[in-house]
Ligand binder design. Structure first.
Ligand code: NAD
Length: 489
């Protein structure tokens, strides 16, 4: 398989100034997948300079022409879908059915949606004093720095780039050092479909070097960050000290509430998708099941049977339903929470270890794990970010809400009920940026995505995202106003 392994700066693939490299491993068996160029501070400087030079022309381009390029990119991503999906699978461990499915579909859909949005996002006219026309246009910010994690690397290229580019910004993206391959390949495809040089730059590197430079570079207007809460908070203060605005998509601890009147088979299937899709490595994962005590036995019997039937294995196998976690460090971190759960008095209902299959021994695998817990213990408070779901029971709606809202996070949450009033009441009262009723983890390029509290601020997707990447400019025109002199003489 051939794919780019150098930095993408000013429309060219180049080595880093310091000549450093990063080894990228296949999480299925630990084999070396690629050695790529590592970006350091000087490379970020080069990328920002290229984006700054490209910005005036990109900003001045007709919005419909920018949109057309994004639409072409969406088509080209689909045309190269098989290859991109396999690259994502090898880099991240996502089962190939997911890479070809949700990952690819959502990546193309995001570019297509914002391609269409580019020339439909408009300003306004404000009814001000007679004699004046006051109109407001939305202007791009300039060069946007995007920093993304390793859990959905291909999809996050589209989430960050599509609205920023559609609204006329240039982008310097730093993918995770663990999973840089699809970002580089998409940059190459963007070049092939005709994006001007310097509009898109991709500089894989480490957080404390390349990342830190991006959040303090004077040429950056905004940093859009997706990652952990501690790093997000740190970069927000660094960016603020340099007058750079931020958008933070951080961690989560999704509450998934099943009421006594829920349709249990649907709730079982939705919950399994909510927690186990992508090996649980999702900020919006349904990591806390909060279930009414009267249905817990019926639910768990079905849920554990389903969980134990999930096919864990080589992500390249089309029959595989759960692949490895993305890195050995992360596998160890997830497994360490099994010990925490035990110390806190939790009961492991299933999983809790690496699978015993000898074919998977060198990979980053963890069995789908379900833990019965009580109270505000660490495993109900801290983000595990793996195939690890806790179970808590409740007896009243008030108690369910209290448990659901008992973490510092407020990102995504779900509820399962057939009572219309309860559904809307609970959705209103749940601390979350996104609520799913009788489903879980739905996303669409038009629907705002983001959190509150320790889950960050700002929104990806939809018109909200276009606002994230633009600023209002009010223009006053004196048509026929007769302004009395302020200093009459
Ligand atoms: P992380 O915070 O360790 O790293 C995220 C990115 O930040 C990486 O590219 C990393 O290299 C970079 N980085 C690290 N230190 C930096 C620094 N000092 N300056 C600048 N950049 C730096 O997160 P991760 O482990 O890669 O990803 C998992 C986390 O991402 C989880 O907490 C998850 O919830 C979160 N996440 C949030 C969302 C969301 O939309 N809210 C989506 C996906 C993942």
């Amino acid at each position: 398989m051939s794919f780019p392994t150098q930095l993408f700066i000013n429309g060219e693939f180049v080595d880093g100034v310091e000549g450093k490299t990063i080894d990228v491993f296949d999480p299925h068996d630990g084999s070396l997948l690629a050695t790529i160029a590592e970006a350091t501070e000087a490379d970020v400087d080069r990328a920002v300079a290229a984006a700054t030079a490209a910005y005036p022309e990109w900003k001045a381009m007709a919005a419909s022409d920018r949109g057309r390029l994004l639409l072409k990119l969406a088509d080209a991503i689909e045309a190269n879908g098989e290859e991109l999906a396999l690259l994502e699978t090898r880099d991240t461990g996502h089962p190939i059915r997911d890479s070809k499915g949700l990952d690819l579909v959502r990546t193309a859909a995001q570019f297509r949606y914002f391609g269409g949005m580019a020339d439909k996002f408009q300003g306004s006219v404000v009814p001000v004093d007679r004699g004046f026309l006051d109109y407001v246009v939305r202007e791009p910010l300039g060069v946007v720095g995007s920093i993304v994690p390793w859990n959905f690397p291909m999809m996050f290229v589209s989430w960050k780039m599509a609205p920023a580019l559609a609204s006329g910004n240039c982008v310097v993206m730093k993918p995770s050092e663990l999973t840089p391959l699809t970002a580089l390949r998409i940059a190459q495809i963007a070049d092939e479909v005709g994006f001007p040089k310097g509009v898109i730059n991709v500089v894989p590197g480490f957080g404390p070097t390349a990342g830190a430079r991006l959040v303090s570079h004077p040429g950056i207007a905004k940093v859009s960050f997706t990652g952990s809460t501690p790093v997000g908070r740190m970069i927000a203060s660094q960016a603020a000290a340099n007058g750079i605005r931020t958008h933070l998509e951080l961690g989560g601890k999704g509450a998934n509430v099943v009421f006594a009147d829920a349709t249990i088979p649907k709730a079982v299937g939705g919950t399994a998708f909510g927690i186990f899709h992508n090996q649980g490595q999702a900020c919006i994962a349904a990591s806390r099941l909060i279930i009414h005590e009267s249905v817990v036995d019926e639910f768990m019997e079905k849920f554990l049977a389903l969980t134990n039937s999930i096919r864990v294995g080589d992500p390249k196998d089309p029959n595989t339903e759960m692949g490895p976690l993305t890195s050995p460090m992360h596998r160890d971190r997830v497994l360490s929470y099994v010990e925490v759960a035990k110390e806190e008095g939790g009961t492991i209902l299933t999983g809790g270890k690496a699978p015993s299959d000898p074919a998977l021994l060198n990979g980053c695998y963890v069995e789908p794990t379900v833990v019965q817990t009580v109270g505000a213990v660490r495993v109900n408070q801290e983000e595990v970010f793996g195939p690890f779901m806790t179970v808590q029971t409740f007896s009243t709606d008030e108690q369910a809400l209290q448990i659901a809202n008992s973490t510092e996070f407020a990102l995504g949450g779900g509820l399962w009920t057939n009572d219309l009033s309860r559904a809307h009441r609970f959705a209103r009262d749940l601390d979350a940026g996104m609520v799913w009723i009788n489903s879980y983890k739905r996303a669409h390029p038009g629907s705002p995505f983001g959190g509150m509290g320790a889950s960050g601020y700002g929104r990806e997707m939809g018109f909200e995202a276009m606002h994230e990447y633009t600023e209002a400019k009010a223009i006053w025109v004196n048509i026929d106003a007769d302004i009395p002199p302020f200093y009459p003489r």
